[in-house]
Design a protein around this ligand. Structure first.
Ligand code: PEP
Ligand code: MN
Length: 340
Protein backbone atom coordinates (compact mmCIF):
# COMPACT_ATOMS: atom_id res chain seq x y z
CA UNK A 1 0.00 0.00 0.00
CA UNK A 2 0.97 3.58 -0.39
CA UNK A 3 0.84 6.24 2.30
CA UNK A 4 0.72 9.79 1.05
CA UNK A 5 1.84 12.28 3.70
CA UNK A 6 0.38 15.77 3.85
CA UNK A 7 2.36 18.53 2.15
CA UNK A 8 5.10 19.67 4.52
CA UNK A 9 4.56 16.86 7.05
CA UNK A 10 7.45 17.10 9.55
CA UNK A 11 10.05 14.35 9.90
CA UNK A 12 8.68 13.14 13.26
CA UNK A 13 5.31 12.36 11.65
CA UNK A 14 7.01 10.51 8.80
CA UNK A 15 9.08 8.57 11.36
CA UNK A 16 5.90 7.77 13.27
CA UNK A 17 4.25 6.23 10.23
CA UNK A 18 7.38 4.28 9.28
CA UNK A 19 7.64 2.89 12.81
CA UNK A 20 3.98 1.88 12.88
CA UNK A 21 4.38 0.05 9.55
CA UNK A 22 7.61 -1.68 10.56
CA UNK A 23 5.98 -2.91 13.76
CA UNK A 24 3.31 -4.53 11.59
CA UNK A 25 5.95 -6.31 9.50
CA UNK A 26 6.04 -4.07 6.42
CA UNK A 27 9.14 -3.26 4.37
CA UNK A 28 9.39 0.46 3.69
CA UNK A 29 10.30 2.50 0.64
CA UNK A 30 10.46 6.20 1.27
CA UNK A 31 10.14 8.58 -1.64
CA UNK A 32 10.58 12.28 -1.05
CA UNK A 33 9.05 14.36 -3.80
CA UNK A 34 9.40 18.10 -4.16
CA UNK A 35 6.24 18.66 -2.14
CA UNK A 36 5.07 15.40 -0.70
CA UNK A 37 6.63 12.39 0.94
CA UNK A 38 5.22 9.07 -0.13
CA UNK A 39 5.77 5.90 1.84
CA UNK A 40 5.54 2.63 -0.04
CA UNK A 41 4.79 -0.26 2.31
CA UNK A 42 5.41 -3.74 1.03
CA UNK A 43 4.53 -7.03 2.68
CA UNK A 44 1.90 -8.43 5.04
CA UNK A 45 -1.07 -10.48 4.03
CA UNK A 46 -3.75 -9.13 1.73
CA UNK A 47 -6.51 -9.78 4.25
CA UNK A 48 -4.72 -7.63 6.86
CA UNK A 49 -4.22 -4.73 4.50
CA UNK A 50 -7.60 -3.11 4.89
CA UNK A 51 -7.36 -2.99 8.67
CA UNK A 52 -3.76 -1.73 8.67
CA UNK A 53 -4.72 0.92 6.09
CA UNK A 54 -7.49 2.16 8.38
CA UNK A 55 -5.17 2.27 11.38
CA UNK A 56 -2.38 4.11 9.53
CA UNK A 57 -4.85 6.66 8.18
CA UNK A 58 -5.47 7.86 11.75
CA UNK A 59 -1.79 8.78 12.35
CA UNK A 60 -0.79 12.46 12.33
CA UNK A 61 0.47 13.80 8.99
CA UNK A 62 -1.20 11.13 6.86
CA UNK A 63 -3.26 12.46 3.95
CA UNK A 64 -4.33 9.21 2.33
CA UNK A 65 -3.63 5.48 2.39
CA UNK A 66 -4.09 3.57 -0.85
CA UNK A 67 -4.06 -0.24 -0.68
CA UNK A 68 -2.88 -1.45 -4.09
CA UNK A 69 -2.43 -5.04 -5.19
CA UNK A 70 -0.83 -4.36 -8.61
CA UNK A 71 2.95 -4.69 -9.04
CA UNK A 72 3.03 -0.98 -9.93
CA UNK A 73 1.37 1.40 -7.58
CA UNK A 74 2.26 5.07 -8.12
CA UNK A 75 1.62 4.58 -11.85
CA UNK A 76 -1.77 2.95 -11.26
CA UNK A 77 -5.24 4.39 -11.72
CA UNK A 78 -6.08 3.31 -8.15
CA UNK A 79 -3.38 5.62 -6.85
CA UNK A 80 -4.52 8.55 -8.97
CA UNK A 81 -7.82 8.28 -10.85
CA UNK A 82 -7.49 11.60 -12.69
CA UNK A 83 -5.10 11.81 -15.67
CA UNK A 84 -1.64 13.27 -15.14
CA UNK A 85 -1.03 16.43 -17.11
CA UNK A 86 2.66 17.26 -17.57
CA UNK A 87 3.52 20.89 -18.20
CA UNK A 88 6.52 21.77 -20.30
CA UNK A 89 6.57 25.54 -20.53
CA UNK A 90 3.16 26.41 -21.94
CA UNK A 91 2.62 22.93 -23.40
CA UNK A 92 0.37 20.51 -21.52
CA UNK A 93 0.92 16.80 -22.20
CA UNK A 94 -2.06 14.65 -21.24
CA UNK A 95 -4.69 17.37 -21.65
CA UNK A 96 -7.16 18.03 -24.46
CA UNK A 97 -4.50 18.90 -26.97
CA UNK A 98 -2.57 16.18 -28.79
CA UNK A 99 1.12 17.14 -28.62
CA UNK A 100 3.41 16.50 -31.58
CA UNK A 101 7.14 15.95 -31.13
CA UNK A 102 8.99 15.94 -34.43
CA UNK A 103 12.51 16.14 -35.77
CA UNK A 104 15.36 14.09 -37.10
CA UNK A 105 16.37 10.71 -35.78
CA UNK A 106 19.84 12.11 -35.04
CA UNK A 107 21.27 15.59 -34.83
CA UNK A 108 23.73 15.67 -37.73
CA UNK A 109 24.66 19.33 -38.29
CA UNK A 110 23.54 22.86 -37.43
CA UNK A 111 22.05 23.29 -40.89
CA UNK A 112 20.10 20.03 -40.69
CA UNK A 113 18.66 20.55 -37.22
CA UNK A 114 17.75 24.20 -37.83
CA UNK A 115 16.05 23.45 -41.15
CA UNK A 116 14.06 20.62 -39.56
CA UNK A 117 13.13 22.65 -36.49
CA UNK A 118 11.84 25.55 -38.61
CA UNK A 119 9.82 23.20 -40.82
CA UNK A 120 8.19 21.22 -38.00
CA UNK A 121 7.46 24.41 -36.10
CA UNK A 122 5.77 25.94 -39.14
CA UNK A 123 3.65 22.80 -39.53
CA UNK A 124 2.47 23.00 -35.91
CA UNK A 125 4.75 20.72 -33.86
CA UNK A 126 5.58 22.02 -30.39
CA UNK A 127 8.51 19.82 -29.36
CA UNK A 128 11.71 19.13 -31.28
CA UNK A 129 13.10 15.61 -31.14
CA UNK A 130 16.63 14.63 -32.10
CA UNK A 131 19.20 12.16 -30.84
CA UNK A 132 22.56 13.39 -29.56
CA UNK A 133 23.41 10.13 -27.77
CA UNK A 134 22.24 7.42 -30.15
CA UNK A 135 21.70 3.81 -29.19
CA UNK A 136 22.88 1.77 -32.13
CA UNK A 137 22.18 -1.93 -32.55
CA UNK A 138 25.27 -2.13 -34.74
CA UNK A 139 28.46 -1.03 -33.00
CA UNK A 140 29.52 0.35 -36.40
CA UNK A 141 26.44 2.59 -36.64
CA UNK A 142 26.35 6.37 -36.01
CA UNK A 143 26.35 7.04 -32.26
CA UNK A 144 25.55 10.72 -32.24
CA UNK A 145 27.30 14.07 -31.82
CA UNK A 146 26.89 13.90 -28.02
CA UNK A 147 27.49 17.29 -26.31
CA UNK A 148 27.69 19.14 -29.62
CA UNK A 149 24.34 17.59 -30.59
CA UNK A 150 22.79 18.83 -27.35
CA UNK A 151 24.09 22.34 -28.04
CA UNK A 152 22.60 22.29 -31.53
CA UNK A 153 19.22 21.19 -30.18
CA UNK A 154 19.24 24.08 -27.71
CA UNK A 155 20.21 26.49 -30.44
CA UNK A 156 17.34 25.30 -32.63
CA UNK A 157 14.96 25.57 -29.67
CA UNK A 158 16.03 29.16 -29.04
CA UNK A 159 15.56 30.01 -32.71
CA UNK A 160 12.11 28.50 -33.02
CA UNK A 161 10.55 28.48 -29.55
CA UNK A 162 10.21 24.69 -29.67
CA UNK A 163 10.87 22.59 -26.57
CA UNK A 164 13.42 19.78 -26.75
CA UNK A 165 13.24 16.05 -26.10
CA UNK A 166 16.36 13.93 -26.41
CA UNK A 167 17.56 10.56 -25.21
CA UNK A 168 19.78 9.91 -22.24
CA UNK A 169 21.43 6.48 -22.23
CA UNK A 170 23.87 6.59 -19.34
CA UNK A 171 23.06 7.42 -15.70
CA UNK A 172 26.26 9.53 -15.68
CA UNK A 173 24.85 11.79 -18.42
CA UNK A 174 21.49 12.60 -16.82
CA UNK A 175 22.72 15.91 -15.43
CA UNK A 176 24.38 16.95 -18.69
CA UNK A 177 21.38 16.05 -20.88
CA UNK A 178 19.07 17.74 -18.36
CA UNK A 179 20.94 21.02 -18.90
CA UNK A 180 19.85 21.04 -22.56
CA UNK A 181 16.62 19.04 -22.72
CA UNK A 182 13.10 19.89 -21.56
CA UNK A 183 12.11 16.21 -21.58
CA UNK A 184 14.45 13.27 -20.99
CA UNK A 185 13.83 10.32 -23.30
CA UNK A 186 14.51 6.77 -22.15
CA UNK A 187 14.94 4.62 -25.24
CA UNK A 188 13.54 1.18 -25.88
CA UNK A 189 16.86 -0.50 -25.26
CA UNK A 190 17.11 1.20 -21.87
CA UNK A 191 13.65 0.44 -20.52
CA UNK A 192 15.11 -2.20 -18.22
CA UNK A 193 18.19 -0.22 -17.20
CA UNK A 194 17.03 0.16 -13.64
CA UNK A 195 20.01 2.29 -12.61
CA UNK A 196 19.13 4.77 -15.35
CA UNK A 197 15.45 4.73 -14.39
CA UNK A 198 16.33 5.46 -10.76
CA UNK A 199 18.66 8.25 -11.83
CA UNK A 200 16.04 10.05 -13.95
CA UNK A 201 13.69 9.51 -11.01
CA UNK A 202 15.89 11.98 -9.13
CA UNK A 203 15.83 14.51 -11.96
CA UNK A 204 13.56 17.54 -11.98
CA UNK A 205 12.59 17.02 -15.63
CA UNK A 206 9.71 15.17 -17.28
CA UNK A 207 10.65 11.76 -18.65
CA UNK A 208 9.32 9.92 -21.71
CA UNK A 209 9.73 6.19 -21.21
CA UNK A 210 9.69 4.13 -24.38
CA UNK A 211 8.36 0.60 -24.21
CA UNK A 212 11.01 -2.11 -24.35
CA UNK A 213 11.23 -4.17 -27.55
CA UNK A 214 9.62 -7.19 -25.91
CA UNK A 215 8.16 -5.66 -22.79
CA UNK A 216 4.65 -6.44 -21.64
CA UNK A 217 2.44 -3.55 -20.62
CA UNK A 218 2.87 -4.58 -16.99
CA UNK A 219 6.68 -4.60 -17.26
CA UNK A 220 6.56 -1.18 -18.92
CA UNK A 221 4.41 0.23 -16.10
CA UNK A 222 6.78 -1.25 -13.54
CA UNK A 223 9.65 0.56 -15.28
CA UNK A 224 7.64 3.79 -14.94
CA UNK A 225 7.21 2.94 -11.27
CA UNK A 226 11.03 2.87 -10.84
CA UNK A 227 11.18 6.47 -12.04
CA UNK A 228 8.23 7.57 -9.92
CA UNK A 229 9.60 5.94 -6.78
CA UNK A 230 12.56 8.30 -7.06
CA UNK A 231 10.12 11.18 -6.58
CA UNK A 232 9.70 12.20 -10.23
CA UNK A 233 6.05 11.74 -11.13
CA UNK A 234 6.25 13.49 -14.51
CA UNK A 235 6.43 10.36 -16.60
CA UNK A 236 4.86 9.76 -20.02
CA UNK A 237 4.85 6.40 -21.76
CA UNK A 238 5.71 5.92 -25.42
CA UNK A 239 4.50 2.97 -27.51
CA UNK A 240 7.05 2.62 -30.30
CA UNK A 241 6.27 -0.81 -31.63
CA UNK A 242 7.13 -4.20 -30.24
CA UNK A 243 8.91 -7.13 -31.80
CA UNK A 244 6.65 -9.72 -33.38
CA UNK A 245 7.07 -12.39 -36.09
CA UNK A 246 6.32 -9.78 -38.76
CA UNK A 247 9.32 -8.56 -40.74
CA UNK A 248 7.74 -6.35 -43.42
CA UNK A 249 7.53 -3.59 -40.84
CA UNK A 250 10.40 -2.79 -38.49
CA UNK A 251 8.18 -3.31 -35.46
CA UNK A 252 4.48 -3.80 -34.77
CA UNK A 253 2.71 -0.85 -33.19
CA UNK A 254 0.60 -2.24 -30.39
CA UNK A 255 -2.38 0.06 -30.79
CA UNK A 256 -4.08 -1.93 -28.01
CA UNK A 257 -1.52 -0.51 -25.62
CA UNK A 258 -2.98 2.99 -25.92
CA UNK A 259 -6.43 2.26 -24.44
CA UNK A 260 -4.98 -0.49 -22.22
CA UNK A 261 -2.54 1.89 -20.54
CA UNK A 262 -5.31 4.47 -20.21
CA UNK A 263 -7.36 1.85 -18.37
CA UNK A 264 -4.55 0.91 -16.01
CA UNK A 265 -2.67 4.15 -15.48
CA UNK A 266 -3.06 7.92 -15.22
CA UNK A 267 0.13 8.62 -17.18
CA UNK A 268 0.01 10.22 -20.65
CA UNK A 269 0.62 7.97 -23.66
CA UNK A 270 2.62 8.95 -26.74
CA UNK A 271 2.91 6.87 -29.93
CA UNK A 272 5.97 6.78 -32.20
CA UNK A 273 4.81 5.53 -35.62
CA UNK A 274 8.26 6.13 -37.15
CA UNK A 275 10.11 3.44 -35.17
CA UNK A 276 6.82 1.56 -34.92
CA UNK A 277 6.58 0.96 -38.66
CA UNK A 278 10.08 1.68 -39.99
CA UNK A 279 8.51 2.84 -43.26
CA UNK A 280 7.76 6.46 -44.14
CA UNK A 281 4.82 5.35 -46.31
CA UNK A 282 3.04 3.86 -43.26
CA UNK A 283 3.75 6.58 -40.72
CA UNK A 284 0.73 8.74 -41.56
CA UNK A 285 -1.89 6.00 -41.28
CA UNK A 286 -0.53 4.74 -37.98
CA UNK A 287 -0.23 8.28 -36.60
CA UNK A 288 -3.90 8.88 -37.44
CA UNK A 289 -4.85 5.56 -35.82
CA UNK A 290 -2.94 6.51 -32.66
CA UNK A 291 -4.80 9.80 -32.29
CA UNK A 292 -8.10 8.02 -32.93
CA UNK A 293 -7.21 5.46 -30.23
CA UNK A 294 -6.68 8.19 -27.66
CA UNK A 295 -2.93 8.90 -27.68
CA UNK A 296 -1.94 12.15 -25.95
CA UNK A 297 0.90 12.78 -28.34
CA UNK A 298 2.99 11.58 -31.25
CA UNK A 299 6.71 11.37 -31.88
CA UNK A 300 7.52 11.57 -35.60
CA UNK A 301 10.86 11.55 -37.43
CA UNK A 302 11.25 14.31 -40.03
CA UNK A 303 14.36 15.00 -42.12
CA UNK A 304 14.87 17.68 -44.77
CA UNK A 305 16.61 15.11 -46.99
CA UNK A 306 15.78 11.59 -45.86
CA UNK A 307 17.97 10.12 -48.63
CA UNK A 308 21.00 11.73 -46.96
CA UNK A 309 20.10 10.95 -43.34
CA UNK A 310 22.77 9.23 -41.24
CA UNK A 311 20.10 7.18 -39.52
CA UNK A 312 16.49 6.11 -40.13
CA UNK A 313 16.02 8.03 -43.40
CA UNK A 314 13.72 5.23 -44.63
CA UNK A 315 11.18 6.05 -41.94
CA UNK A 316 11.57 9.84 -41.91
CA UNK A 317 8.98 12.14 -43.46
CA UNK A 318 9.97 15.05 -45.68
CA UNK A 319 8.81 18.43 -44.35
CA UNK A 320 6.01 18.72 -46.95
CA UNK A 321 4.73 15.22 -46.06
CA UNK A 322 4.79 16.14 -42.39
CA UNK A 323 2.86 19.33 -43.06
CA UNK A 324 0.14 17.40 -44.90
CA UNK A 325 -0.05 14.84 -42.12
CA UNK A 326 -0.50 17.54 -39.48
CA UNK A 327 -3.60 18.75 -41.30
CA UNK A 328 -5.02 15.22 -41.39
CA UNK A 329 -4.22 14.71 -37.72
CA UNK A 330 -6.07 17.89 -36.81
CA UNK A 331 -9.20 16.45 -38.43
CA UNK A 332 -8.84 13.12 -36.58
CA UNK A 333 -8.24 14.95 -33.30
CA UNK A 334 -11.44 16.94 -33.79
CA UNK A 335 -13.36 13.75 -34.50
CA UNK A 336 -12.37 12.37 -31.08
CA UNK A 337 -13.02 15.65 -29.23
CA UNK A 338 -9.37 16.67 -29.00
CA UNK A 339 -7.37 19.37 -30.70
CA UNK A 340 -3.92 19.43 -32.25
C1 PEP B 1 14.72 7.32 -30.90
O1 PEP B 1 13.57 7.73 -30.73
O2 PEP B 1 15.65 8.07 -31.21
C2 PEP B 1 15.03 5.89 -30.74
C3 PEP B 1 16.26 5.42 -30.76
O3 PEP B 1 13.93 5.13 -30.58
P1 PEP B 1 13.75 3.69 -29.84
O4 PEP B 1 14.40 3.82 -28.48
O5 PEP B 1 12.26 3.59 -29.79
O6 PEP B 1 14.37 2.67 -30.73
MN1 MN C 1 15.38 6.84 -35.23
Amino acid sequence: MIIIMRTGAPQEQIDGVVKALEERGYGIHLSRGVEKTIIGAIGALDEEKQLVAQQIETLPGVERVVPILKPYKLASKEFQPEPTVIRVGDIAIGGDRVVVMAGPCSVESEEQVLATARAVRAAGASILRGGAFKPSTSPYGFRGLEREGLELLRLAAQETGLRVITEVMDPRDVELVGEYADILQIGTRSMSNFMLLSEVGQARKPVMLKRGLSATIEEWLQAAEYIMLGGNHEVMLCERGIRTFETYTRNTVDINAVPAVKELSHLPVIVDPSHGTGRASLVGAVARAAVAAGADGLMIEVHPQPERALKDGHQSLRPDEFERLMKELAAVARAVARSL
